[in-house]
Design a binder for this molecule. Structure first.
Ligand code: FAD
Length: 290
C-alpha cells in the first residue's frame, strides 16, 4: 500500500488531486478500523498528520477556525469557552486514547449519522471549509455538508481544511444516549445553542436520520416563545410546557430507524426528553449569567 506523507497543505492538496484513490488519514480511528476489518482496501493512504497548518485553531472576527487536524483532546482543553457545545460533545467521544488521536475533521470525513461533533456544529451554525488544488477553498454550511449515510459534500479532489464555528454568544448543551457512559456510539444525540445576540436558537440531531440534521420548527418555536414572553430580557423561568413542546418538535424532526442500537420509537422518545432537558439546562445557564 502506498503511503504519501505531505508536509504542507499545498502539497496535500496537490497529492489529493493527482491521486484521488489515496484515502486521507488523520487520527486513523475510523480508517484503521475499516482497514483492519477488511471493510476498505484503499490503494494507499494520504497521511495528513504532519501538516502543521491544519493542526491548530485560532479566533478571528468572532469565528473560531478549527483546523481539520485538531483533536478532540485539544477541543476539550482549549475551546470549552468559545465552542462549548463542541467541547461537551468531544468529551463524550470514545476514550482518552481516541480523543488524543481522533479529529473533528475525521468525524466530518466519515460523516456517520452517529458522529458526535455534528449536532453541536449544526446548532452553532458552523461552516466547513474545504479546498482543492485547482479551485481553491469553498465554504459549505454544516447543514449542507452531510449528503447521505456516511456521505458528504466533498469532491474527489477536495480535503477538509477547517471548521469555522461562530464564537458562542450564549449557552450551548449536548446530550447523548448510549448503552453505557463511555466508549459508546450514540443511540441518539441532541445539541442546542442559544444565540441571545440575535435571539435565535440552534439545534442538531444525531443518530436519528440518514444524516445529522437540524430541527428548524423546534428552533423557530422556542425562539418565538422566548420573544413573545420577553424572556430574553427578563431572564425569567422557561415554562415547562414550552420546554416540553420544544422537545416534541425536536422528536418530530427526526426520521429514525430500528437498528441494533435502538428502536425508532425509543429514539423519538429519547429526543423529546433530551430536547426538553437540554433547552432547560441551557436556559438556566442563561439566567444564571445575568
Ligand atoms: C474505540 C472507538 C470509539 C469511538 N467512539 C466514538 C464516539 O464516541 N463518537 C464519535 O463520533 N466517533 C467515535 N469513534 C469514531 C472516530 O473516532 C471519529 O469518527 C473520529 O472523529 C475520526 O477522526 P480521525 O481523525 O481518527 O479520522 P480518520 O479515521 O483518520 O478518518 C476518518 C474519515 O475522514 C476522512 N478524513 C480525515 N481527515 C480528512 C480531511 N482533512 N479531509 C478529507 N477527509 C478526511 C478519512 O479519509 C476517513 O474517510 C470511535 C472510534 C473508535 C475506534
Amino acid at each position: 500500500m502506498d503511503l504519501v506523507q505531505p508536509l504542507t497543505w499545498p502539497e496535500a492538496l496537490a497529492a489529493r488531486a493527482e491521486q484521488p484513490d489515496l484515502l486521507p488519514i488523520a487520527g486513523g480511528t475510523d480508517v484503521m478500523v475499516d482497514i483492519n476489518f477488511g471493510r476498505r482496501r484503499p490503494a494507499g493512504l494520504l497521511d495528513l498528520t504532519r501538516i502543521d497548518e491544519i493542526a491548530t485553531w485560532s479566533v478571528e472576527d468572532g469565528i473560531v477556525r478549527i483546523g481539520a487536524g485538531v483533536t478532540y483532546a485539544q477541543v476539550e482543553s482549549d475551546l470549552a469557552g468559545l465552542a462549548p457545545g463542541l467541547a461537551m460533545a468531544s468529551r463524550t467521544v470514545g476514550s482518552p486514547q481516541i480523543r488524543m488521536r481522533g479529529t473533528v475533521g475525521g468525524n466530518l470525513g466519515a460523516a456517520s449519522p452517529a458522529g458526535d461533533s455534528h449536532p453541536p456544529l449544526l446548532a452553532a451554525d458552523a461552516v466547513v471549509e474545504v479546498a482543492s488544488a485547482t479551485r481553491g477553498a469553498r465554504q459549505v454550511p454544516a447543514a449542507e455538508f452531510y449528503t447521505g449515510v456516511k456521505r458528504n459534500a466533498l469532491e474527489p479532489d477536495e480535503l477538509i481544511a477547517a471548521i469555522l464555528v461562530p464564537t458562542a454568544s450564549g449557552p450551548q448543551q449536548f446530550s447523548k444516549i448510549g448503552t453505557r457512559n463511555a466508549m459508546v456510539i450514540a443511540v441518539t444525540a441532541f445539541a442546542v445553542a442559544l444565540h441571545p445576540d440575535r435571539r435565535a436558537v440552534g439545534t442538531g440531531i444525531g443518530s436519528a436520520a440518514p444524516t445529522p440534521r437540524r430541527a428548524p420548527e423546534a428552533e423557530a418555536f422556542l425562539a418565538g416563545e422566548l420573544d413573545a414572553a420577553g424572556l430574553w430580557e427578563s431572564r425569567g423561568e422557561l415554562p415547562d410546557s414550552v420546554a416540553r413542546a420544544f422537545g416534541d418538535r425536536v422528536a418530530a424532526a427526526a426520521a429514525p430507524i430500528d437498528d441494533v442500537r435502538g428502536s425508532a420509537a425509543y429514539r423519538r422518545h429519547a429526543l423529546s426528553v433530551m430536547g426538553r432537558r437540554a433547552a432547560t439546562w441551557a436556559w438556566d445557564e442563561y439566567r444564571r449569567a445575568a
